[in-house]
Design a protein around this ligand. Structure first.
Ligand code: ATP
Length: 241
């Protein structure tokens, strides 16, 4: 391929004891694109993202901008520009919005303070609701606000590839649309995206490319528009959406 993908994963394997949850997955995230991974419950989607972040041991290769990150621990992968917003969102519920955002920049603690402060201001501009609520504890935010905070916190690490695990989980349809619109806008502002969703139709509308994961393997892949047009695929693999 002429232009090298920003993130290139090849032949990734992840096992839980005897169970192989990810069984030889290869995928690419080109610069400036939104790539989605869809598929039924238990297909291995979360396992895939956790392994890419270094949270689970895996075999295969994960190359970010030409650098193999496979041997790196989580914090080094963060510094290289990989960041995951997990399904659980994992905010510090007792801490304020502002402190949660500050912790998002932990991997940048050796950088000059001004750079991080400028990014905090940028986060508040992008998410005015978080600015209004900056002194409120994260646990008292609405579901949609918590998801926005989780995304804003991830951005504080200055990711080049932002990985999102089911950002629509548990949110009302209107809020889901808002979160996905934010993801689109992040991509336009230069962050490449790898997004896992069960809500296939909604995510394919904002994605450039999609992979269908089934039982730990890529069962199908293609341009988001062509996957979206394949009603049989949407119904067979995903039932609804
Ligand atoms: P969902 O959308 O339901 O979260 P998923 O596609 O993200 O599904 P995974 O959560 O990655 O799927 O799970 C893939 C497989 O690995 C499933 O069969 C699951 O039961 C198994 N699995 C996940 N986590 C563990 C674990 N900690 N220990 C053992 N098996 C696990």
């Amino acid at each position: 391929k002429a232009d090298q993908a920003l993130l290139a994963v090849s032949d990734l394997h992840v096992s839980y004891g005897p169970v192989e949850a990810v069984a030889g997955v290869s995928l690419q995230v080109p610069r400036g694109k939104i790539v989605s991974v869809i598929g039924p419950n238990g297909a291995g989607k979360s396992t895939l993202l956790n392994a890419l972040m270094g949270l689970l041991p895996a075999k295969g290769s994960v190359v970010l901008e030409g650098r193999d990150v496979m041997a790196m621990p989580v914090e080094s992968r963060l510094r290289e520009g990989l960041c995951l917003v997990s399904e659980k969102r994992e905010l510090f519920a007792e801490m304020s919005v502002a402190d949660n955002l500050a912790l998002g920049a932990y991997s940048r603690r050796h950088e000059p303070k001004g750079a991080v402060e400028a990014d905090l201001e940028a986060a508040y501009q992008r998410f005015p609701r978080l600015k209004e609520r900056r002194h409120q504890t994260a646990g008292t935010l609405s579901g949609g606000e918590r998801q926005m905070l989780a995304i804003a916190r991830a951005l504080m690490a200055r990711p080049r590839v932002l990985m999102l695990d089911e950002p629509s989980l548990g949110l009302a349809p209107l809020i889901v649309a808002e979160v996905l619109a934010t993801v689109s806008e992040l991509c336009r502002s230069g962050v490449s995206i790898l997004i896992v969703e069960q809500n296939a139709r909604a995510v394919l509308k904002i994605a450039d490319y999609g992979y269908v994961l089934e039982q730990g393997r890529v069962a199908m892949e293609g341009d988001a528009a062509s996957l979206l047009a394949d009603t049989r695929l949407i119904e067979t693999y995903l039932g609804f959406g």
